[in-house]
Design a protein around this ligand. Structure first.
Ligand code: ADP
Ligand code: MG
Length: 705
């Protein structure tokens, strides 16, 4: 009978004849403990012997493969007592030097007269071409033209060549693989069957076969990542009865008509998608991704009003007080002239009362709170905006119909659930201004629907970004602040991120504030903002800055999100190499919010190649999605996916970058399968593999129906 992955996961490597206790220990160091681990220990690349080069033609910097004979061997130790083996090889056209560190056994393996394949990068050392630690393949013991190169481990003492026989034995043990994709699906996706794929990825007949094998296994990985996400989404939809909101109504129409600008195409599209969700029978769980300044607030307010116009209440939760207060000001201003039907005491002659927006944070006084709670309970508060204070037990709504959560990644699952619990399956829109690539979003937020605001309102001048390296250039940045202030504009100075501790950051910001105010800009009006200040002081500083009573705001990254002062035109980030791409992009988003030209200066020398790449990317583009792709390139999947995704070890084969197209196709497959067979009763091989990826609690939830 065909074997399932779960069965292979139960066969320890020690059952293989090629694995004794010692080898088992080595393998364990590489987290290879079962036959499944071995067969999924995929080659990193292949040596294609048909692509052999001659030494004479090698150029420095090339990755190349040559077939050559060992002519001279020298073995010694470096000053740090590391084993060093140097050999000279000759292929009839020219000589090449190969240097091996920490591989003393190479001296014996590569004795004079031995013929071998050497694969590596050609470097120049003391005027000679050489390869350092090349991959070596002894000719003679292999017949294939395409040779797999496996991830190896110095620590475990396992080289690529140790794996070949082990993997072969493991494949033999495995026999036929059960295929989770029915034939019909394989045809539709144009992928090969699984048994063939596992054999060919390890022992390919050709490079094309290796590619086809990889593609099939990538599809497997991506499908089994998507299936539980899609199952979760469908299960939640099945279990909850949402509110069918009446989304086409006067209130929303009046709101849009009163805006001083037309909606962007992206906003209209987003509102359309949200409208369909709200009108539908299931509660919405949608993620709104939009770059800084893309106009998410309008979409958020529209969402809340769609609920309010049917007599429900709306709530907007933000991660910080500054942000919540800012939202309240903004939203209050946006809905200023709107009214809702009312028969109560506040009603005017027409039977209407003004739409009521309220704010709740930890700063709200006990007395205000009491009044607020009455208003929430009798329905006279239409929209409540606030921080975590919203999820406190005492907060009770009459009928909460829609929720917007801003900067959702700053809230935990429980906090979001707690807010949801204040209504009867209200619709939920979560927003983020930290774009992540579409494929990553499908994986990280695969249980949500995703809407992207991929268009900025017209008429913005992109912020000019300069990476400022030396004294001279930073003088220019400081001068720019002075000039802009002289022209009536305002500026931000973001202080270096000394360490993660809020307290230490506050201290460094305070010192910088004093230094700037003392020596650098004694005549300018400076304000200080950091996370450790009492809320009242924070609020005062923000109000002064907003009102133009301060010229320069010296701050920590507390201003990263949401702060909206269109008159600010310069952002100066000190020691910018310490920040990540997303963070710098957010900080930059604080300027360029009005019609005036704006600048962002990133100060500091790059300390690593990655830092250099980050700062260059920020200089090059203001497109948050493009930056997100760069970030994914630099940091790799693991970091972007964080801990949320259990299947990420599965991503050693598939890449969210390289296999973009397949991520969406796999998602479609997952939807088709789950929608035709919600508990995977007729897809038991697939169900088995999904169970391997998720924990018991998840499994119980997903498979119970
Ligand atoms: P985000 O929260 O996505 O960063 P905001 O909602 O704060 O963006 O909007 C940024 C600015 O753009 C605000 O000043 C807002 O009034 C303005 N804005 C929003 N939508 C439009 C539009 N369709 N046309 C012109 N300006 C817009
Ligand atoms: Mg916003």
């Amino acid at each position: 009978m065909a074997r399932r992955l779960a069965q292979l996961a139960k066969i320890p490597v020690t059952e293989l004849t090629g694995v004794g206790p010692k080898k088992a220990d080595s393998l364990a160091l590489m987290e290879i403990e079962t036959v499944l681990d071995l067969v999924t220990h995929y080659p990193r690349r292949y040596l294609d012997r048909t692509q052999q080069a001659t030494i004479r033609d090698l150029k420095v910097g090339d990755e190349a493969m040559v077939l050559a004979t060992v002519k001279r061997v020298q073995s010694r130790r470096t000053r740090q007592r590391r084993a060093l083996v140097e050999i000279d090889v000759f292929d009839g056209t020219s000589y090449l030097k190969c240097t091996f560190f920490n591989q003393p056994w190479r001296a014996k393996q590569l004795a004079v007269g031995r013929e071998a394949i050497f694969f590596g990068k050609v470097e120049l050392y003391k005027g000679r071409r050489q390869m350092t630690n090349p991959v070596v393949d002894l000719v003679g013991n292999k017949t294939g033209k395409i040779i797999p190169v496996y991830p190896q481990s110095e620590k475990a003492g396992l080289t690529s060549w140790d794996f070949e026989p082990l993997v072969n034995e493991a494949l033999e043990r495995a026999g036929e693989f059960a295929d989770p994709l029915p034939e019909e699906w394989r045809d539709r996706l144009d992928v090969v069957d699984r048994s063939w794929a596992f054999r060919q990825i390890h022992m390919p007949d050709s490079m094309a076969a290796a590619q086809a094998a990889r593609k099939r296994l990538v599809v497997d990985v991506l499908v089994r990542l998507q299936v539980p996400l899609v199952m979760r989404k469908r299960a939640v939809e099945r279990e909850s009865k949402g509110i069918r909101h009446v989304v086409d109504g006067e209130l929303v129409e009046r709101f849009h008509a009163a805006l001083p600008f037309p909606l962007t195409g992206a906003q209209r599209r987003a509102i359309g998608e949200i409208g369909v969700d709200l009108a539908g029978p299931h509660p919405m769980h949608r993620l709104l991704q939009g770059d800084v300044g893309s106009g998410k607030t309008i979409v958020a307010v529209t969402t809340l009003l769609m609920a309010v116009q049917g007599g429900y209440q709306g709530a907007l939760m933000a991660p910080t007080e500054v942000l919540a207060e800012q939202h309240e000001l903004g939203v209050r201003d946006l809905v200023r002239d709107l009214s809702v039907p009312d028969s109560g005491a506040q009603a005017t002659l027409s039977g209407d009362r003004p739409l009521n927006v309220a704010l709740l944070t930890n700063r709200t006084t006990a007395k205000e709170r009491e009044r607020l709670q009455d208003g929430l309970a009798d329905g006279s508060v239409d929209i409540l905006i606030g921080t975590h204070a919203l999820i406190e037990e005492a907060v009770m709504f009459k009928s909460l119909g829609a929720i917007v959560i801003d900067e959702q990644h700053r809230f935990g699952v429980e906090q979001r659930a707690a807010l949801r619990g204040k209504g009867d399956d209200p619709d939920v829109l979560v927003m983020t201004a930290t774009p992540i690539p579409r494929t990553a979003a499908m994986t990280v937020y695969g249980d949500l629907d995703v809407t992207v605001l991929d268009e900025l309102p017209p008429g913005r001048t992109p912020v000019e970004t300069r990476w400022v390296r030396g004294e001279l250039e930073s003088a220019e940045a400081f001068r720019r602040v002075e000039e802009e202030v002289a022209a009536g504009r305002q500026a931000y100075v973001v202080c270096p991120l000394v360490e993660e501790s809020e307290r230490v950051q506050a201290k460094s910001a305070t010192e910088e504030f004093e230094r700037l105010g003392g020596e650098v800009w004694p005549t300018l009006r400076l304000g200080l903002l950091h996370g450790q200040m009492p809320s009242k002081d924070k609020e005062n500083v923000m109000t002064s800055f907003r009102n133009g009573d301060l010229d320069v705001l010296v701050a920590t990254t507390v201003i990263e999100v949401g702060v909206d002062v269109p008159n600010a035109t310069v952002m100066l980030v000190e020691d910018a190499v310490r920040f990540g791409i997303a963070q710098l992009h957010q900080l930059r988003g604080r300027v360029g919010r009005g019609a005036a030209r704006s600048w962002c200066y990133l100060l500091g020398e790059a300390t690593t190649p990655d830092a250099e790449e980050r700062l260059k990317a920020l200089e090059r583009t203001t497109d948050g999605f493009e930056l997100a792709e760069v970030d994914l390139d630099i940091r790799g999947e693991g970091t972007v996916l964080g801990t949320r995704q259990k299947g990420r070890s599965d991503l050693k084969l598939a890449s969210l970058r390289r296999d973009r197209e397949w991520v969406s196709r796999a998602r479609q497959v997952a939807f088709d399968i789950v929608d035709s067979d919600p508990a995977l009763r007729h897809h038991d091989v697939l169900a088995d593999e999904v169970r391997l990826l998720i924990d018991d609690e998840d499994a119980e939830f997903l498979f119970k129906s």
